[in-house]
Unconditional design. Structure first.
Length: 218
């Protein structure tokens, strides 16, 4: 068995990662509960600096208030804020949710646009959020990079950890495009279960133990 990073080429490491993640997570579900592209968009927006688990406990009450752009556009930010407060950053997030809903109604016929440019033009929607929606709602190849993927790409010696933009470029260059949408979910599930930011243990992080950096946390 090859154990050291130096004994495996980068392409061999990538192939091993793909194989191991596929073995562990052959059908990774989207971790945010949603029913359509709009509720996914809002849930991803809420997940900024918040756990998916907490978002999933909050969104049922939010969908009961409004679960479409037309309905949400009629709500006051204060009513939305009262519901989403546990997710953090509630003043900013509530204003963004109501405003983007109005824009969807006024400029996009009440539909979530399947375009990076149009999504990133919406209030509160950055590149990562747009990438999640494009990949998971519209099946457009994308590689959303969150803290988990950023951390593991560095630990696996596949990126320099400089910033998420560089990590995304490296991931897209190294992994086959047809696997991006699935891989980004597989890496997240693996990171949470086996390679957390705190309490990192190479006995459970078998991928890093075999092919990654052995020192330092990221």
């Amino acid at each position: 068995m090859q154990k050291l990073t130096e004994s495996m080429s980068k392409s061999e490491r990538v192939a091993y990662i793909i194989s191991e993640l596929e073995r562990r997570y052959p059908n990774p579900p989207i971790p945010l509960d949603h029913k359509d592209s709009y509720t996914l968009l809002v849930a991803v927006l809420l997940s900024a600096q918040c756990t998916d688990k907490r978002v999933n406990t909050v969104t049922p009450a939010l969908w009961a208030l409004a679960d479409s752009p037309a309905e949400m556009a009629r709500q006051s930010p204060s009513d939305v804020r009262a519901i989403i407060r546990p997710c953090g950053l509630s003043p900013r997030k509530s204003a963004a949710i109501v405003m983007l809903s109005k824009i969807l109604v006024e400029e996009h016929g009440g539909e979530v646009p399947a375009s990076f440019e149009a999504l990133e033009a919406l209030p509160g929607v950055g590149h990562k959020t747009a990438s999640v929606v494009m990949s998971q709602a519209f099946d457009v190849p994308a590689f959303p990079v969150d803290t988990h993927i950023h951390r593991l790409m560095w630990r696996w010696n596949l990126s320099n950890g400089k910033n998420v933009e560089q990590t995304e470029r490296d991931a897209k260059r190294l992994f086959p495009e047809e696997l991006w949408n699935k891989l980004h979910l597989q890496i997240i599930y693996y990171a949470r279960a086996c390679s957390p930011a705190r309490g990192w243990n190479l006995e459970t992080d078998v991928i890093t133990a075999r092919i990654g950096r052995k020192t330092g946390l990221k």
